[in-house]
Unconditional design. Structure first.
Length: 239
């Protein structure tokens, strides 16, 4: 990732990013004002996970620390799940277990799947989630996002979080692989969509998909929805 490219992208984004006054679609306005722009302090029940997040940052190498979301971003993931109330959550590419723990605290009845091909990262995620008494299962995968057996158990995927482990064709293919398991209430969240030109191109390709009816770019995340009977819309929004 080029730090210079990210800084330039952020400058360009801030120039064109819009506020709530540019969002006229009822669902998009409701989601943006109640979830993304929510003026809410970190609930006390998340203090344990926040402490674990900080500990993980201190104890692991820089390459691993890059995968761990900030408290602000992790709390946004929590609010998204709290708003959507999904029955199934999938994280593709682990954030060392931190992101899904924040999400699971918003909907403890949900079924969680961590999908990670690197055993070292999957092991850290497993340890973190066990420390907080959260683990449905961590699975290591290579060529299949979800096995047919697990797909039968986990329809639909309510929230899918794509961490910053994948780029270009890999990310595009993972997105396509998940499409058979969505319904109109599903939400896909893409991390760090402006880290490179390749990632920005991939994001732009994804939001052109005919299945997506609403897409929100808040720089740190790209968020897409599959709502029926609404006109296709895209917003670049302040966060």
């Amino acid at each position: 990732m080029s730090q210079a490219y990210r800084i330039l992208s952020q400058f360009k984004f801030r120039w064109k990013a819009q506020s709530k006054y540019a969002v006229h679609a009822p669902f998009a306005f409701d989601f943006y004002t109640k979830v993304i722009c929510a003026k809410q302090k970190l609930p006390l029940k998340l203090n344990t996970i926040e402490s674990l997040r900080k500990t993980t940052l201190r104890e692991h190498a820089k390459a691993i620390r890059k995968q761990i979301p900030s408290c602000r971003d992790a709390f946004l993931l929590y609010r998204i799940v709290e708003y959507i109330q999904p029955t199934h959550i999938l994280e593709i590419g682990t954030s060392e277990g931190i992101a899904p723990m924040f999400m699971m605290y918003a909907q403890k009845e949900a079924r969680l799947i961590n999908s990670e091909e690197k055993w070292q990262l999957a092991k850290i995620a497993h340890q973190n989630q066990m420390a907080s008494l959260f683990l449905d299962y961590c699975i290591a995968w290579k060529n299949e996002i979800i096995t047919p057996e697990e797909a039968k158990q986990n329809l639909p995927l309510g929230v899918v979080y794509f961490s910053n482990m994948f780029f270009g064709e890999d990310l595009s293919q993972l997105f396509v692989d998940c499409l058979p398991f969505v319904d109109e209430n599903s939400v896909f969240i893409f991390s760090r969509i402006h880290t490179s030109k390749l990632m920005e191109n991939t994001w732009n390709e994804i939001i052109r998909n005919e299945n997506i009816s609403l897409s929100l770019d808040i720089f740190h995340f790209g968020i897409v929805f599959f709502k029926k009977n609404i006109a296709k819309q895209h917003f670049n929004l302040k966060y």
